[in-house]
Design a protein around this ligand. Sequence first.
Ligand code: ZN
Ligand code: ZN
Length: 366
Amino acid sequence: MRTTSVAEGPQVDSQTTITTTMKALVYHGPGRRSWEDKPRPRIQEATDAIVEITTSTICGTDLHILKGDVPEVTAGRILGHEGVGSVRETGTGVFGFRPGDRVLISCITSCGKCDHCRKGMYSHCRAGGWVLGHTIDGTQAEFVRIPQADSSLHHLPEDADEDAMVLLSDIFPTAFECGVVNGQVQPGDDVAIVGAGPIGLAAVLTAGFFSPGRIIVVDRDLNRLEVAQSLGATHVVNAAGHPADEILAITGGEGVDVAIEAVGVPESFDLCQAVVAVGGHIANVGVHGRPVSLRLERLWSHNITLTTRLVDTVSTPLLLNMVASRRLDPTKLATHRFRMSEAMKAYDTLADAARERALKVILKKG
Ligand code: ZN
Ligand code: ZN
């Protein structure tokens, strides 16, 4: 297949064009990972691009994979579904990007043409969805192959801060689309966000776009509750106490208009059901591995709406503009920075997040 190589463009780099191996963070089955040599990816389809990663990050989902919770990830897989980089090579069917372009990689790969994509449901693209670091090699590497490049990459603004941009690959669209948009946060609404991990905290920041009333954040980690307050939470509630009673007391016994579930365990879903007000919304964001009980005997008459969603990343252009116009600063969630070659240490830090006070760890090229 004929490809456009970076050697034809202005940024000739003889070192990288002749090297055939690269370093990457590789999954070797539950509990096992290593930083090792892998073959550099090549164009396989006309719609592919090869991107040199300049900034990446580790997701809570990567930790789930390492625990063996995501069995479709097989040994030998390069992890990572978030990244920013520079296009090095494009297939003949890529028209929107050229070698040398700086890009944001969406965690969701989409063709833009299938029936699900045409409905804006990119997460269920027939030719993509969540594939990076899942069913194909991911972004915690020096280079990555991005299928369906035209609809899966975004151009970076000129003066973009890569540390901010990389948080738009996954966590900000996830918190915004699955939590804030599906929860239909309106001006004056009382909102409870259950879980103050990076997704819950990104929901605090993006709920602010709609000028809600109270923003009540629930977690067991007191450091994270402190961060939530600094980001705009009006109230924080320790999940280890009696969170439902506290939320009802804060809202005069009414409950909240929007309850965003950002943990993914039955207890946090139960809490959302216990505190949702009449006419309210429960927006599930958490990844659930166990069944939950639906309290329909209480909620059947309460006019509530329950939503579930896998992030579609349809809001990425909006979020890029919010960052460019300085209405949103994602870097508030970046607590640690490592070189990519220190990825093993970065994983250790995130695995011990409470003690390390880690939210998002940023990996920089090198
Ligand atoms: Zn993720
Ligand atoms: Zn599609």
